[in-house]
Design a protein around this ligand. Structure first.
Ligand code: ARG
Length: 409
């Protein structure tokens, strides 16, 4: 059979070239099937009679947003011991709801860093098959970690014998776990390099995997063509992760100048969830977050924001990572204004959530900017986000893969 291309034309006040920060004003963006075929001040090509024309006057077009650290199967109202009541199946259904909210917020690509029972893989595939709406998901499956570490589950006593799926100790066990995750379809490897805020009994600043284990993990993942994300708050853990060659460090709370230099030299990306602290300290107790975690957060939040400012100033590669799932999905965009408050220009914050994230995912030739030939993941916001960054909290129009997913006009 023979099929004709479907053409969609978006007419807006402006379109942002995220690489240069230049606005194309006015902007006409032409999409054929799932690809961008032209972007200019006006359309010069003859359009087919059945082209769909969308009037987005008053709006700015941007590439679809990326969040490099989410837990779609996590519920912000269910923390601590409440989590023990949630089966993997129940978590997967939560993920269906959250994937929709994420897409509605303008995030067309996410990295899901940690999920039980490969529920993130099921969700990714269901979205890809068109069964449920949601972003493109780059999924890690269960996060790797040491026995008793941040990526284990330490809520119950030894009689219960609860061990998280991603636990592996020793270089060869770690390699085997990476291979197992790849076998079941993951796109990326996540591991815990240090303790964390929300885990019971872990020291947030203390390193967990040894450098030897991290090196084995990263070399196994890279050998198979996957990137690696390391959860790390403490300085020594951050440095070991960078030394081991991870692609991104998550959280990055306690930084020193040496760690910044190392990251710059290696080109390591930092993914810093600096909005998270507001939700944890504001709503966390009600949601079941443990008292010890709230105590840790009181130290980590402030430190992390200082570190963010330093990393931005030093020119470290930065991506947008929110840890949504700890806080409500759909509120991802709230972090933009905090990124500006703590040292980024509006353009830098937008680049973190577009072209930089696409590059970290090795998708920069398909995604991350509004350019001819790229996949049509496009959003529109009212006004000019370079002047008012919080416009990114209210996305009016979302297209993913050439399909109009949301149109609130
Ligand atoms: N998942 C992270 C952890 O438990 C959340 C850290 C949140 N705090 C922050 N200031 N970013 O360690």
């Amino acid at each position: 059979s023979y099929s004709f291309a479907q053409t969609i034309v978006l007419n807006a006040d402006a379109a942002l070239d995220v690489k240069t920060g230049k606005l194309i004003q006015p902007a006409t963006l032409v999409i054929e099937d799932n690809k961008i075929v032209s972007l200019a001040k006006s359309n010069k090509k003859a359009l087919p009679a059945d082209a769909t024309v969308v009037d987005l006057s008053g709006h700015t077009l941007l590439p679809g947003l990326f969040d490099m650290h989410v837990h779609l199967t996590g519920d912000a109202h269910v923390h601590g011991y409440k989590r023990l009541q949630r089966t993997t199946q129940r978590q997967a259904i939560t993920g269906v709801r959250n994937a929709k909210r994420t897409l509605e917020a303008g995030f067309t690509s996410v990295r899901n860093l940690g999920a039980a029972g490969y529920s993130d893989i099921a969700l990714r595939d269901a979205i890809y098959d068109g069964d449920v709406p949601g972003p493109r998901i780059f999924a890690s499956g269960p996060a790797l970690g040491i026995t008793g570490g941040h990526c284990d589950n330490n809520l119950l006593t030894h009689e219960h014998q609860v061990v998280a799926e991603g636990v592996a100790d020793g270089p060869w066990a770690v390699r085997a776990k990476v291979r197992e995750n790849i076998k079941y379809g993951v796109d990326v490897i996540k591991y815990c390099a240090t303790g964390g805020v929300l885990s019971k009994g872990t020291k947030v600043g203390a390193q967990q995997y040894s450098l030897e284990e991290m090196e084995a993990l990263v070399s196994e993942a890279h050998l198979r063509g996957l990137t690696v994300a390391a959860h790390a708050h403490g300085t020594e853990g951050i440095k070991s992760a960078i030394k081991a060659g991870v692609d991104s460090v998550e959280h990055v709370s306690f930084l020193d100048d040496d760690a910044i230099l190392m990251a710059k030299k290696k080109g390591t990306y930092f993914s810093m969830d600096i909005y998270n602290t507001e939700y944890i300290l504001g709503e966390g107790e009600k949601a079941g977050i443990l008292a010890e975690s709230l105590d840790k957060e009181r130290v980590v939040g402030t430190k992390q924001r200082d570190s963010f400012r330093k990393a931005v100033k030093a020119g470290v590669n930065m991506v947008f990572g929110s840890d949504a799932g700890v806080y409500p999905h759909g509120d991802n965009g709230k972090q933009f204004s905090r990124m500006v408050k703590f040292g980024m220009t509006e353009l830098q914050a937008i680049q973190a959530a577009t072209i930089n994230s696409a590059t970290l995912l090795k998708q920069q030739s398909n995604l991350g900017s509004l350019e001819t030939g790229k996949l049509a993941d496009i959003i529109a916001v009212k006004g000019n986000p370079l002047k008012h960054i919080d416009t990114l909290e209210n996305v009016t129009f979302v297209m993913k893969d050439g399909k109009i997913e949301i149109n609130k006009l």
